[in-house]
Design a protein around this ligand. Structure first.
Ligand code: KIV
Length: 264
């Protein structure tokens, strides 16, 4: 059975953790969906792991559309989430055009990075039939404003603000919230506060779902080892085995463990 937004809501209601991974082509997308990965994210992380850039900013809409088409061709029933690249949602009008293009390419949901300023855009997309994931916390498209790839929401003021933003974006129509690099207690509070499913990366084990960049969990990014990454290839013997081990660990909430978690 194909995974839909309703499947993710059911997981949240039942307290069952779901898994997500990034993929950028048909071969890996097929392996992932056969392994039971619920959500495949065509992340603009492709700007770093495929293109070798030091940020996600150079990624274009044309490139995103191409990779969404590739993933859609290999997908076997996972929910396909596509990142909207830098400046492709700078106004609600621009966002509508570009989100429609990603949906036509095969996405089931788009993902945007930002805070309360995205409310109008999210409302418009949602009203017109485009499911949205709102990405909060460490938002890589803002790396130059954030001053680096740093954990967000560490002090009470910023933590409260993130909870407010998550609630506001869900009220505007966001179907999923993604939290990147936030302390686990804050991620747990947001997960309890909003009715939408919450996916975490570097956000502890209490979010409704987990996501990792595929290249990181296959240990294919030497020199780039964020604390929240686990090498799932090491004990699995094959790429398919690594995906299966990841799905099992997420479902069993054995990943992320203490050592992958920011506590404050
Ligand atoms: O672009 C991406 O791969 C992402 C993940 C880090 C969540 O947004």
């Amino acid at each position: 059975m194909a995974v839909t937004i309703n499947t993710l809501r059911e997981y949240k209601e039942k307290g069952e953790a779901f898994s997500a991974l990034t993929a950028y082509d048909a071969t890996f997308a097929r392996l992932m969906s056969e392994a039971g990965v619920d959500v495949i994210l065509i992340g603009d992380s492709l700007g770093m792991v495929l293109q070798g850039n030091d940020s996600t900013l150079p990624v274009t809409m044309e490139q995103m559309v191409y990779h969404v088409e590739c993933v859609a061709a290999g997908n076997q029933g996972s929910l396909i989430m596509a990142d909207m690249p830098f400046m492709s949602y700078s106004t609600p009008e621009v966002a509508m055009e570009n989100a429609a293009e990603l949906m036509r390419a095969g996405a089931h949901m788009v993902k945007l990075e930002g805070t309360d300023w995205m409310s109008e855009t999210i409302a418009r997309l949602s009203e017109r039939g485009i499911p949205v994931c709102a990405h909060l916390g460490l938002t890589p498209q803002f790396v130059n404003k954030l001053g680096g790839f740093k954990v967000q929401g560490r002090d009470e003021k910023h933590a409260e603000l993130m909870i407010e933003h998550a609630s506001e974006l869900v009220a505007a129509g966001a179907d999923v919230i993604l939290l990147e690099c936030v302390p686990a207690p804050l991620a747990a509070r947001i997960t309890q506060t909003v009715r939408a499913p919450v996916i975490g990366i570097g956000a502890g084990c209490d979010t409704d779902g987990q996501v990792l960049v595929m290249h990181d969990m296959l240990d294919a990014t030497p020199g780039r080892k964020p604390r929240f990454v686990k090498n799932f290839l090491a004990d699995s013997g094959s790429i398919r085995g690594a995906f299966e081990a990841y799905v099992k660990a997420v479902r069993g909430r054995s990943f992320p463990a203490e050592e992958h978690t920011f506590k404050a």
